[in-house]
Design a protein around this ligand. Structure first.
Ligand code: PMP
Length: 287
């Protein structure tokens, strides 16, 4: 079957050569991306993802060429053309093509594309039994709140996780009190201790859409939420732990490096949030 992509306003078969080698995304990583779940042909938290991307583009002075409705229509058209109902929609914007100088010209036409693929396959038992994670030093820069396409540290961290038979790598930074966890290479981090739900504060990390949803769900259920500096030592001693992302949803974490968390058992609150998030998904599909 032919897979189509959307590029700068038109639809093309996916392997059509479209980008110039002078594209600043390619040369400098000068661009942004989003990944959105497509469920039963509809899109989860579409407007939140587009807002995050638009705000970051404004910050980087990349003109954002489309309105939300235009993008939703393009995404819908991809579900039709590609015959995909459950998938992942990848969106990328780059500053566009320009002679290769670091400083950017005031005016470039951004390149903008959407790719809709079937949802990647993940074993159900990850959600049922929990996963192992490893730690990896947070060697990234100071603007991690922007979802830029500069992902080499994340790529190296995930590769290390794969080579350690782990599901994810959690980035670590150091302060006077010790080692703390910031976020996963493509996920946000949560721990539960004495009934408190804790997650890394928004201090140079990506404000995850799933993270925000889980916080909202917890607050509605009167669970106390603390956005805080999450120290590795506390994480290991927590009663329950999980990670969140668009693809992983609420994924229990039972081991970090070689330390079991709560004897490797998935906690009740994690299970509750897992099922509440499933309900939340159904209520937040857009089109
Ligand atoms: N942190 C990073 C570094 C990520 O790449 C992702 C995945 N986009 C997340 C957190 C989770 O974000 P979301 O819940 O919006 O998928």
């Amino acid at each position: 079957m032919k897979i189509y992509i959307f590029f700068n306003g038109d639809f093309y078969p996916e392997k059509t050569p479209l980008l110039s080698i002078l594209d600043r995304g390619l040369c400098f990583g000068d661009g942004l991306f989003e990944l959105i779940r497509c469920i039963k042909g509809r899109f989860l938290l579409f407007s939140k993802h587009i807002k995050r991307m638009r705000d970051s583009a404004t910050f980087l002075e990349i003109p954002f060429p489309y309105g939300e409705n235009e993008l939703l229509n393009a995404a819908k058209e991809l579900t039709r053309r590609n015959k995909i109902k459950d998938g992942e929609l990848y969106i990328e914007i780059t500053r566009g093509e320009a002679p290769r100088y670091h400083q950017f010209p005031k005016k470039t036409e951004p390149n903008f594309f959407l790719v809709l693929n079937p949802l990647r396959e993940m074993p159900e038992e990850c959600w049922a039994r929990g996963v192992k994670v490893i730690t990896f030093p947070d060697i990234r820069w100071g603007y991690c709140h922007l979802k830029t396409i500069n992902l080499l540290p994340n790529v190296l961290a995930k590769e290390m996780a794969k080579n350690s038979n782990a599901y994810e790598a959690f980035f670590t930074r150091e302060d006077k009190k010790g080692t703390y966890l910031t976020e996963g290479s493509s996920s946000s981090i949560f721990a539960i201790k004495n009934g408190f739900l804790m997650t890394s504060e928004l201090d140079n990390i990506l404000p995850g859409t799933t993270r925000a949803a889980v916080i909202e769900i917890a607050m509605k259920r009167k669970i106390s939420v603390k956005e805080t500096r999450l120290y590795l030592k506390e994480f290991i001693e927590s009663d329950e732990a999980f990670l969140t992302s668009t693809v992983s949803e609420v994924m229990p974490v039972i081991k970090i490096n070689d330390r079991l968390i709560a004897s490797g058992m998935i906690g009740d609150l994690t299970l509750k949030l897992q099922s509440e998030y499933k309900k939340f998904i159904k209520e937040h599909l857009e089109w």
